[in-house]
Design a protein around this ligand. Structure first.
Ligand code: KIV
Length: 272
């Protein structure tokens, strides 16, 4: 398993391979993702929308996140597990933030991720002072959906791009070990990656970041809405699952399931 200091040193410009991060929310998901050889598993607060059926990530709590971190940890994945700090778990006070992050760590995470730059400085400091490795998240930060007025590409002006780069530098200087860059023009993904010495992990940030992350359900075709532009869907498991269950239903209704090989033999003499 890669520890936070090892991940912190990974940069493509040093000749390192890009980091691969995929979300997982339960034991089977974590087992499959780990078996594929990823570098990091993210128990994302996307749990809210991709698993629990909410409209956005604002609806998931620390308790729910811990429940799913425990399920992921149960797979003993031998992969660094990052847990998202959900909305309002690090916005109210520093003490609360440390306690909430600790709950995620005690549930089995190796680090936590939180959204925002300069406004999160005190929280990042407190978490690091409590020995909790922190991953940052800048750009299109889904927990800010109401303030952003929707899921819109960020850093489209020179001024906004400059602020994002400054935030990434600030997070690096505070000691975060990596930063997710989401939903920005490719050139911003490239420039921010060049501007800092910690790895950037992109999602909708173009090809030049130090790694890429995708959501499990998007990557596998299990989502309930049209995937975003930046998603590459590697399988259509949703259709496969529906087809397989349809075949089961057909077999049950036609009497074709179970057959003899799927049933226990009758003991001799029973009900002669
Ligand atoms: O919650 C999540 O899945 C995320 C990724 C989009 C990076 O934060």
């Amino acid at each position: 398993m890669l520890g936070a200091p090892t991940i912190r040193a990974r940069k493509r410009r040093h000749g390192d391979a890009p980091l691969v991060m995929v979300t997982a929310y339960d034991e089977p998901g974590a087992r499959l993702v780990a078996a594929a050889g990823v570098d990091l598993i993210l128990v994302g607060d996307s749990l809210a929308n991709v698993v629990l059926g909410h409209e956005n990530t604002l609806h998931v709590t620390v308790e729910e996140m811990c429940h799913h971190v425990r399920a992921v940890a149960a797979a003993k994945p031998s992969v660094h597990v990052v847990a998202d700090m959900p909305w309002l778990s690090y916005h109210v006070g520093v003490g609360d933030s440390v306690r909430n992050a600790a709950a995620l760590i005690r549930s089995g995470a190796n680090s936590v991720k939180l959204e925002g730059g300069r406004v999160r400085r005190d929280v990042v400091r407190a978490l690091l002072a409590a020995e909790i490795p922190v991953m940052g998240h800048l750009g299109l930060t889904p927990q800010s959906v109401m303030m952003l007025g929707g899921f819109k590409v960020q850093a489209k002006t020179h001024e906004a791009a400059k602020l994002l780069i400054e935030d990434a530098q600030l997070l690096q200087d505070e000691g975060v070990f990596a930063v997710v860059i989401e939903g920005v023009p490719s050139v911003v993904g490239k420039i921010v990656t060049e501007a800092i010495d910690i790895p950037t992990i992109g999602i909708g940030a173009g090809p030049d970041t130090d790694g890429q992350v995708l959501v499990f359900h998007d990557l596998l075709g299990l989502g309930n809405r049209a995937p975003a532009k930046f998603v590459r869907q590697y399988a259509d498991l949703g259709s496969e699952i529906t087809k397989a269950i349809g075949r089961f239903a057909q077999d049950v209704r036609s009497g074709g399931f179970p057959d003899e090989s799927e049933a226990y033999a009758n003991p001799e003499g029973l009900f002669d």
